[in-house]
Design a protein around this ligand. Structure first.
Ligand code: WTA
Length: 655
């Protein structure tokens, strides 16, 4: 689409109405209905959530109290007993869904597997029984480091079944990053695979696990290995076990443990503003309800849908919207192991065509990359089964939105731009596709039960188009409960950044946003030291610590620079130790060092060597200035606190 067409769309403030045909069968059909539900939830949030908890989920024992709010600590459905694996599996077995496809899986080499609810239930029970044999008990933590194969979901559900919280570590993280997470979570068991397929190559997962355990994760007693790629790996007798061997002869029945609603379901590590990732803790009942209802309404899940979320299970999107949300709803969830690659740039569209995918959910970075590959790939496939599209992870630029709408959605599919975070558990601001008129680039309106606002640091609402901090004012069932082992960090990071005069606790998300005249939210991106690169969250401090751990590096400052495809790209400003010389070989080595410390997702795009970094008189690095430099912009704003002004001139001179 030409520049001028896009401009005219923006100037016209073009609106996209939900298609009538879509609205007629949708769970939420009109904007009036949305408003009614929203008001109902606002006037009585506890009543609203309690009614849904009762009608949408199965409980072993009802709660005494809907919400116990001791700011900033929330308990939902106090004393309720529930199991999310039961809600995702067992309750469907007594209905016609018993033999419905729960998971449709497509491997990158083209192999595939479909598991009905009954089959998935059996495998989950078997794995849960194997976990028990390996000494895993309720409350023990299990690390999951897996490719995108059904056993990843099976392992998560098996953990949930016996009440052992999982911590899934994205398969793209390095051995070191894996080790740190296993140590922090004190994992007793690791579930992994020999390898996984990605872009026609094998990701050597088991080898990484071996390295992590050599580096030291003393609590890990056993490793359960799924055979996927069948390449040669080391198996340590007594510690490492093949899943297919232990699975033989194990019972396909395993009762779901009645969990307290507030028992921990999982820990998921995410980047923050310090060098150490935070273990975000989610619990059982509230998370189950929240992912269930948000998935149902925002994606309008129907029994006829083939729903495909392209995220990896290692991220929150995979947890909430590949596994728990869809299965709790009895939906058909598609899992794909691969990624677009030189040998098949159109592989995603092959999958849509092969399975008749009706709902497709991906990230703006992926959309921009697909756009670059050219529309001949989607155009060569039949995508007419699609009825709804979604995006998540970063702000979507109107060009990408329009391409997605026209080329993938054939100008007929609504697009839900869902704003949320690892911490929020599920969608917070999102269109409801049968009801909400959309505007390209806006996540539109808050989900019922969510009181979102844009405020200044005192918590005062800022008006109109003025940007401010995006906050949430009332607890919601899917919210994180704490940072694992660090209540204090939880309080400080999320609840004490905004300080209203009345002492109220307000959740601050780390994002900046503004609201337009229709009350639509436009998320602008992170306002803290977190970079959103290709939809992955990385802390600048995390990358800096990785760099400084290299013997040549004295100091490092990392910033994000706008990138056409990835949204943001990492630029590292580095000063070297004494005699070390800046050259291309060292630049390469440092990039590789970051990959080794964190993983390929953190590889800096650019390293700029410099003699000095711009600092305030108190010694704080002024990242704001570096961000402007990295983006090639003029330095605006106040530089009066800069300790040594000549540093800037040197950096500008092309250090
Ligand atoms: C960003 C991913 C704009 C945001 C589910 C947030 C978005 C961070 C959107 C969380 C969106 C997510 N529009 N920005 N629709 N969705 N973000 O924890 O900066 O990996 O704070 O969760 O992604 O990233 P996380």
């Amino acid at each position: 689409m030409s520049e001028s067409t896009i401009e005219s769309i923006l100037e016209e403030k073009r609106l996209f109405q939900p298609p009538d045909q879509f609205s007629q069968t949708a769970h939420i059909k009109t904007i009036e209905q949305y408003k009614e539900v929203y008001e109902k939830a606002r006037n009585n949030p506890e009543g609203f959530w309690a009614e849904l908890a009762e009608t949408e989920l199965d409980w072993f024992q009802k709660w005494d109290k809907v919400l116990d709010w001791q700011p900033p600590f929330a308990k939902w459905f106090v004393n309720g007993k529930i199991n999310i694996s039961y809600n995702c599996l067992d309750r469907h077995l007594t209905t016609w869904r018993r033999n419905k496809a729960a998971l449709i899986w497509e491997g990158e080499p083209g192999d595939s597997r479909t598991l009905t609810y009954a089959q998935l239930h059996r495998e989950v029970c078997q794995m849960a029984n194997v976990f028990k044999q390996l000494g895993v008990k309720k409350g023990d933590r299990v690390g999951i480091y897996m490719p995108m194969i059904p056993e990843a979901a099976i392992a998560m559900l098996a953990c949930a079944r016996i009440g052992a919280p999982h911590t899934v570590v994205f398969g793209g993280f390095s051995a070191d990053a894996l080790k740190n997470r296993l140590v922090d979570a004190e994992a007793k068991l690791v579930v992994t695979a020999d390898g996984g397929w990605r872009k026609d190559a094998i990701v050597p997962l088991k080898e990484q696990v071996d390295k992590a355990l050599i580096a030291g994760a003393p609590t890990v007693e056993n490793v359960l290995v799924v055979k996927r790629t069948a390449q040669k790996i080391q198996m340590e007798p007594g510690r490492d076990h093949w899943w297919h061997e232990l699975q033989k002869g194990v019972s396909g029945e395993c009762p779901a443990e009645p969990m307290d609603s507030e028992d921990m379901l999982f820990i998921l590590y995410t980047s923050g503003t310090t060098g150490k990732p935070k273990g975000v803790v989610h619990t059982t009942g509230g998370y189950n309800l929240y992912t269930h209802v948000t998935n149902k309404w925002a994606f309008d899940l129907q029994d006829t849908d083939v729903y495909w979320c392209t995220a990896d299970v290692g991220w929150i999107t995979g947890h909430s919207y590949i596994v728990y949300g869809p299965l709790s709803n009895g939906a058909t969830s598609l899992m794909y192991e691969g990624a677009p690659r030189a040998s098949n740039p159109g592989c995603l569209w092959d999958v849509v065509e092969k399975y008749g995918v009706t709902i497709f959910y991906t990230a703006p970075t992926a959309i921009r990359a697909l756009m670059k590959m050219g529309e001949q790939h989607p155009n060569a496939r039949n995508l007419t089964s699609l009825r709804l599209l979604g995006t998540v992870g970063e702000p979507i630029n109107p060009e990408a939105w329009m391409w997605y709408h026209r080329i993938i959605g054939n100008s007929k599919c609504p697009i839900v731009d869902t704003w949320w975070q690892t911490e929020t558990g599920g969608f917070m601001i999102t269109p409801l596709p049968g009801a909400t008129t959309t505007k390209p680039g806006s996540a539109t309106l808050p989900f019922p039960g969510i009181i979102a606002d844009i405020v200044d640091q005192e918590g005062e609402a800022v008006d109109g188009n003025n940007g401010g901090y995006l906050v949430v004012k009332h607890p919601w069932p899917g919210m994180m409960r704490t940072v694992y082992g660090d209540d204090d960090r939880f309080r400080r990071t999320y609840w004490e950044y905004i300080r209203p005069k009345n002492g109220e606790y307000i959740y601050f998300a780390g994002d900046g946003a503004h609201k337009d005249e229709d009350g639509y939210f436009w998320v602008m991106g992170r306002v803290d030291d977190v970079i959103n690169m290709a939809g992955h969250r990385l802390g600048t401090m995390e990358v800096e610590s990785a760099l400084v751990s290299h013997p040549a590096v004295a100091e490092a400052a990392v910033v994000g620079k706008p990138d056409e495809v990835k949204g943001e790209e990492i630029v590292a400003f580095v000063t070297l130790e004494g005699e070390r010389e800046a050259n291309e070989a060292l630049e390469k080595e440092l990039k590789q060092h970051v990959v080794q410390e964190i993983g390929a997702i953190a590889r800096p795009g650019e390293i700029r060597f410099t003699d000095d970094l711009p600092k305030t008189r108190s010694g704080k690095i002024m990242r704001r200035l570096l961000r402007s430099l990295a983006a090639g912009q003029e330095i605006a704003g106040d530089t009066s606190t800069l300790q040594d002004r000549s540093v800037l001139d040197k950096l500008r001179g092309g250090a």
